[in-house]
Design a protein around this ligand. Structure first.
Ligand code: FAD
Length: 499
């Protein structure tokens, strides 16, 4: 038997269930295929930086697959609807008897896979699907009345219990090499039409499986024990930054769980606070996929809480643009948006602050923010992004109650007291006294000082000060808040209260 492994969001050779099974079972060789779907990815709002990261990872994956004597074939299937015929041609051309793949759970992806199965079976090619993207399959845990969970804590309890009863969650390692490659690998294009070449900073996001593994090992060795205490401080590198790798499957969640467990005396919970908390985050990832499978409407731009669909969202292009550009006059919000725009990544605490600001303070539809995040994030992932947005907008499962509205100034006072994060991303505030960063009145006062009005680009404070010589026109000023906190809060409460 010759098996074609269709790779999608599982760009690795370590602990890849479909690849592993293929290498174990094939007698006439294993081939791998990847379909480039730029048209579909555009429809799904994939960020330029994510596509670039994907192409670079494909490049290194091709090299690792070659070591296993598995050639990587790359074809374009612009839309998902092109996938069945493209795969059929590929499988027939290379005399493959079966196509193996790891499941993707979003609605369009699932429909595509069914269409592929139907097309292949019509020409006598078998297919086999594996659950690999999560530690437990998204439907493995159910309530006692056989429903999907909608609240995280009982889901987590049931998830841990399910593992305790025995589940196949050990990482599989690298599969054994095949005797010889049945064909040559295809080159990987350096860029795709329709996506700007915005290279993911290779120092921040090295595109290899070994880099992801090293990141995990370093995090476990030096950070995980402090994770609970430091994970909310955006100026620190206290979180793993593994999300882009998990999103594209460059590392497996089982590998992450196994490493964290080993640092926690084998415990999944009730061990040490750092590893316990980090594993909880991995379970949030599982939870949002569970929700996506159980309530497919969330993958179709619908609110989980249908009653929240009647919230009277405002339309305000100017405010939306100010938020996207990091020009809202709220330093922590602006810092987060500018980090997103520059790095394709944002710290989780700041994702919550910026998302809540858009949906509550600005009362703009959370779907606009969800979309903008997807268009910018290197780790853009429908389930987690939608989960995070619906949590922040109080429209989702286990969401923040609508009356809990973060005050961005209080959030930055608590999580960025020295303004280190803010000043990294909003350099024009470097010359402002630290306390003023967390107090709108003092901030307005400080910004009205003539000496501060010109500090306007990412240059060091001194350079900025040099340009504040009296008489010169201002280059750039930091904007006043586009909404006032208490007024905006009252407006949001009224809007949500009458939904
Ligand atoms: C509005 C909003 C949008 C988000 N969009 C995405 C997204 O598109 N893609 C994405 O991967 N995460 C998203 N998250 C979740 C979270 O912010 C990121 O996973 C996290 O910041 C990634 O950093 P890290 O790898 O250092 O995480 P760590 O803190 O080291 O956590 C380890 C891993 O656990 C998972 N994880 C952590 N927190 C969460 C969470 N709250 N929900 C789901 N999974 C989590 C991630 O896979 C992460 O890599 C979003 C959160 C919010 C509030």
């Amino acid at each position: 038997m010759r098996v074609l492994v269709w790779l999608r969001s599982d760009l690795r050779i370590d602990d890849n269930r479909a690849l592993h099974a293929a290498c174990r079972e094939a007698r006439r060789g294993v081939m791998a295929a990847f379909l480039l779907s730029p048209g579909q990815w555009r429809l799904h709002d994939w960020a330029d930086v994510k596509v670039d990261f994907l192409l670079r990872n494909l490049q290194s994956l091709s090299t690792s697959l070659a070591r296993l004597n598995v050639p990587l074939l790359v074809r374009t299937a612009d839309r998902f609807s092109d996938a069945p015929q493209t795969l059929r041609r590929l499988a027939v051309e290379h005399a493959c008897d079966a196509v193996y793949f790891n499941r993707e759970y979003e609605v369009n992806e699932s429909r595509r896979d069914v269409a592929v199965q139907v097309t292949l079976s019509a020409v006598g090619i078998a297919t086999r699907a594996f659950d690999d993207q999560t530690i437990l399959p998204p439907n493995a845990v159910r309530t006692t009345d056989d429903r999907f969970y909608t609240v995280f804590t009982p889901f987590k309890r049931a998830w841990i219990e399910r593992i305790g009863r025995g589940a196949d969650i050990d990482p599989l390692g690298t599969p054994r090499a095949q005797p010889e490659p049945p064909a040559a690998s295809d080159p990987i294009p350096p860029a795709l039409e329709g996506f700007d070449r915005v290279p993911a900073d290779p120092a921040l996001w090295p595109p290899t499986e070994s880099a992801a593994r090293k990141r995990l090992d370093d995090f476990i060795a030096t950070q995980i024990q402090h994770y609970r205490d430091k994970r909310d401080i955006p100026s620190l590198e206290a979180t793993s930054r593994l999300s882009p790798y998990l999103t594209l499957g460059v590392i497996s969640p089982r590998r992450c769980l196994a490493a964290a467990r080993a640092a926690n005396r084998g415990l999944l919970t009730d061990g040490q606070p750092g590893p316990d908390t980090w594993m909880s985050e991995l379970i949030w990832r599982e939870f949002y996929r569970h929700v996506l499978v159980g309530y497919p409407r969330v993958s179709m731009s619908r609110a989980f809480r249908l009653e929240s669909e009647s919230v009277p969202w405002r339309q305000d292009e100017e405010h939306l643009t100010a938020w996207c550009q990091g020009r809202t006059g709220y330093p922590i919000v602006d810092a987060g948006m500018r980090q997103l725009n520059a790095q394709g990544w944002m710290h989780n605490r700041v994702r919550m602050i910026t998302a809540m600001f858009l949906s509550k303070h600005l009362l703009l539809d959370w779907r606009l923010g969800e979309r903008y995040f997807m268009q910018r994030l290197i780790d853009g992932d429908l389930a987690s992004n939608n989960g995070g947005w619906q949590w922040s907008a109080s429209t989702g499962t286990d969401a923040a109650p609508y009356f809990r509205i973060f005050n961005p100034f209080a959030q930055s006072a608590r999580f960025d007291p020295d303004g280190e994060y803010i000043c990294t991303w909003v350099p024009e505030l470097r010359a402002v006294p630290r306390a003023a960063l967390h107090d709108p009145r003092r901030l307005a006062e400080a910004l009205s000082q003539p000496t501060l009005r010109l500090a306007g680009d990412p240059s060091p404070v001194r350079k900025a000060r040099d340009r504040t010589a009296p008489g010169k026109p201002p280059l750039k000023t930091y904007p006043p808040p586009i909404v006032e906190h208490e007024t905006a809060r009252a407006r949001a409460l009224a809007a949500f209260g009458r939904k």
